[in-house]
Write a protein that binds this ligand. Structure first.
Ligand code: G6P
Length: 767
């Protein structure tokens, strides 16, 4: 209240002062106008009287004079008229005038002296002192009277001016009233405005903050929205989230210490790496960047998106926890707008905690290195899904050139850093480890291969297998998703290059340099139970909301989330669904499967055709079963944010992952991590790396349509107890084997490797 008064009181004083000033000004102006008006009327009357009176003066015809002025004097506000001779004695005076005016008043004397009209206002007191009676205020207007150019007397008009005072005081009363009403209204509105805009929202914010601090949080949705406060709320929400995360982390740490458990958290990774890295900076290089700046098609404004990529999902939490520099291809349409002169920026945009260095590629380079060699060559080569790899010499040239460009960017970022650590990512950079290691032998270099490594016969069809293997062997450590990929790699090394393969300790010695080969199953950051209020609606409410948004009516949902890629088994999944509806017509108009499909690599013909094929197949299945209000399949072919996907995960009875071959598949782990309610079923292809860990999923062979249909039926019919038991096991697994553990193991193995820096050959000194 005191604050409100502080704002309101000055407002009252200023509004009242301004209103009073205007009231006074109005009254003064009114009085002046009325007086001027009276004076002008008196002058006109006086002149017309003068003309008629002058002929009656020489000799004075008093009777006629008296008669004339009596008639003349009957006008509005005119109190009376008097005519005086040159001695100042009244020759004629109208009946109503006080006797005191039988002697000529001062104004008349002055008029005679100045030979001009003279007006004089007398207030009530002055009139009373002259007439010795209360006659009210008057105005006297006197004019000299002439005969043959000589002044022979004067005439005076007496006006009653009490009407001016009455009118002016009426105006004064009205103005004061208006000023009062204005002050009350403006103050009232201001008071309401202050209450709405500041007092209520700030009180709510304070209450919310107090609740956060005392650990009984209430939903921030209770906070008021408004331009002024939005930014404060935005910042405070972040603070509150930090506070709640820190509290959760502290509690988790305490719990872990207490139970001697070995769970890896962001905090633990941070501390552990600080000890292990000992100030050695961490560098990550991948083709895909974690944040893309893109121009909106509508208004050319810039927004930030997180691309759909397993690499990004895995690495982003690690970089957040460890700081460091991430070097990646700047592929967003507005990426150049967001970097500094050194092509760097701090990310994540809402809480910068590490550096992103962007590397630029021309369209031609992208075509050869990314589309061509990486995605038309290596991708199908490593995923054995019966899509023939294409190896073009010109793509290979670009691949080498761009590996060199990224290696140079890495080396540039490493300049001045002692014993740096590099984590290279994936099949786009098979040549880079050797390039970096040759220039910086003191660096510890690891490469993690996110996709499968096939058997040596399959890999052997690549015309440049020796160069690729040799490039990889430049690293100190090569990580794969699972043991069998490590085995396949060592067998490939055996066949492709001259090296000593040490099977007993999974290492390769090539020309004196040792490379370790290990499995590190990649994972996701498992969100700990939020200590803030869970604002998400119940699965039922979420399902109803999503169905309304998709304009369908369904009481059960299933979901699939993939980049639209031929390795993901999306067509097989649709065929499985079709078979399921054929076998289980009771689910028609009850159950809908939602396929979220982020279009991917669409500049490659194979992918463009595949996207069209998936859309066509969805339409075909729909046309068999759909009704006006229901569809068996909804295909959402666009990129969805993590938050959007989380809604589908929450609402779905099951999530279906049917990759024909997949290094790991993080969608399956994200689904499990998101089901805090321990409900929902995972249908998972046995050909994913994830199937090794998530054995409580319904494991399927995606090529087996009947098995797919059967597993959909099992998922929809599964009892809550069974769902819960399976989900609990899977959640335990993902929680334990999270991305922090992945990074900790990989980086810990890397830092433990003893680096032998080859002696530089001495150049002979010239004498
Ligand atoms: C998937 C694979 C990753 C790969 C990424 C590339 O997520 O699991 O190993 O790096 O695709 O996707 P992109 O859209 O960058 O071609």
């Amino acid at each position: 209240m005191r604050t409100t008064l502080k704002i309101i009181l000055p407002l009252i004083v200023s509004v009242a002062s301004v209103s009073l000033f205007f009231a006074a000004y109005q009254v003064r102006t009114e009085k002046r106008n009325l007086r001027n008006d009276l004076l002008r009327r008196a002058e006109i009357l006086g002149e017309s009287l003068q003309e008629s009176v002058e002929p009656l003066l020489e000799p004075p015809r008093e009777k006629d004079l008296q008669h004339f002025i009596e008639r003349f004097g009957q006008r509005e506000h005119l109190k009376g008229v008097a005519v005086y001779n040159s001695a100042g004695v009244a020759l004629a005076i109208t009946a109503g005038l006080p006797a005191a005016f039988k002697v000529c008043p001062t104004a008349a004397t002055h008029a005679a002296q100045e030979d001009a009209g003279v007006g004089e206002f007398l207030n009530a007191e002055q009139t009373a002192s002259i007439t010795e009676d209360s006659n009210g205020p008057i105005h006297i207007y006197a004019l000299p009277l002439h005969r043959n150019s000589e002044i022979v007397g004067t005439q005076a008009l007496f006006h009653d001016t009490s009407y001016i005072d009455r009118q002016v005081s009426g105006t004064l009363r009205d103005s004061l009233l208006t000023a009062f009403v204005q002050t009350v209204l403006i103050t009232g509105f201001a008071l309401i405005l202050v209450q709405w805009t500041f007092t209520v929202p700030l009180t709510r914010t304070a209450k919310w903050l107090r609740a956060q601090r005392t650990g009984q949080p209430i939903a921030p949705s209770a906070l008021s929205k408004g331009e002024i406060l939005d930014e404060i709320h935005h910042e405070v929400t972040h603070l509150a989230r930090d506070l709640s995360t820190a509290r959760a982390a502290a509690e988790e740490e305490a719990r872990l210490r207490d139970s001697n458990a070995s769970l890896w958290t962001a905090e633990r990774l941070h501390v552990s790496l600080r000890n292990k890295l000992q100030e050695k900076p961490l560098f990550v290089v991948s083709n895909r960047e974690p944040y893309m700046h893109v121009f909106s098609e509508k208004d050319k404004s810039i927004s930030v998106i997180v691309p759909a990529s397993g690499v990004v999902t895995a690495l982003e939490p690690v970089l957040r926890a460890c700081n460091g520099t991430w070097i990646a291809n700047g592929s967003g349409s507005a990426d150049r707008e967001a970097v500094d002169a050194h092509d760097r920026l701090r990310v994540p945009p809402d809480r910068p905690s590490y550096t992103l260095r962007r590397v630029w590629l021309s369209d031609e380079e992208d075509k050869g290195y990314y589309e061509g060699f990486s995605n038309e060559g290596l991708w199908p080569l490593c995923h054995i899904v019966h899509t023939r790899p294409v190896f073009r010499p010109e793509d290979w040239l670009q691949y080498q050139k761009i590996n060199r460009r990224f290696a140079d960017a890495v080396l540039q970022e490493m300049e001045g850093a002692e014993s740096p650590i590099l984590l290279a990512q994936d099949y786009h950079f098979a040549l880079l480890p050797r390039m970096v290691k040759e220039a910086r032998p003191d660096a510890r270099v690891a490469i993690f291969w996110h996709i499968p490594w096939p058997n040596p016969e399959a890999f052997g069809i690549c015309p440049w297998q020796c160069e690729l293997v040799d490039g990889l062997l430049g690293a100190d450590l090569i990580g794969f998703q699972i043991q069998s990929h490590c085995n396949n790699f060592l067998e490939t090394v055996d066949r492709a290059v001259e090296a000593l393969t040490e099977w007993d300790r999974f290492a390769v010695n090539r020309q004196g340099h040792v490379t370790r080969v290990r499995p590190y199953p990649v994972s996701v950051a498992f969100p700990e139970n939020s200590h803030g209020v869970d604002q998400s609606p119940s699965p039922g409410a979420e399902r109803a909301a999503l169905c309304a948004e998709m304009s369908i009516e369904a009481s059960l949902l299933g979901v699939g989330v993939d980049r639209v890629d031929y390795t993901k088994g999306i067509l097989e999944r649709f065929r499985g669904l079709e078979r399921f509806f054929e076998l289980n017509p009771a689910y028609l108009q009850r159950f809908t499967f939602v396929q979220i499909g982020a279009p991917s690599r669409t500049d490659i013909e194979r992918y463009k055709n595949f996207l069209a094929k998936v859309s066509g197949e969805a339409e075909r299945v729909n046309s068999r079963f759909q009704t006006s209000r229901w569809k068996p399949l909804v295909f959402l072919r666009k990129h969805h944010s993590h938050e959007e996907i989380a809604r589908f995960f929450r609402a779905a009875s099951f999530c279906m992952v049917t990759s024909l071959h997949d290094g790991m598949n993080l969608v399956s782990k994200e689904f499990v991590a998101s089901r805090e309610d321990e409900r929902g079923t995972l249908i998972l292809s046995t050909f994913t790396g994830a199937a090794r860990e998530l054995s409580d999923a319904l494991l399927v062979n995606p090529y087996d349509v009947s098995q797919l249909a059967d597993s959909i039926h099992r998922a929809l019919e599964m009892s809550e107890e069974e769902q819960s038991a399976r989900m609990q096991h899977m959640r335990h697994n993902v929680r334990e084997h999270n991305i922090y553990r992945w990074a900790a193991h990989l980086l810990s193995d890397l830092t433990e490797i003893r680096i032998e820096i080859p002696e530089r050959e001495e150049t002979p000194q010239l004498s």
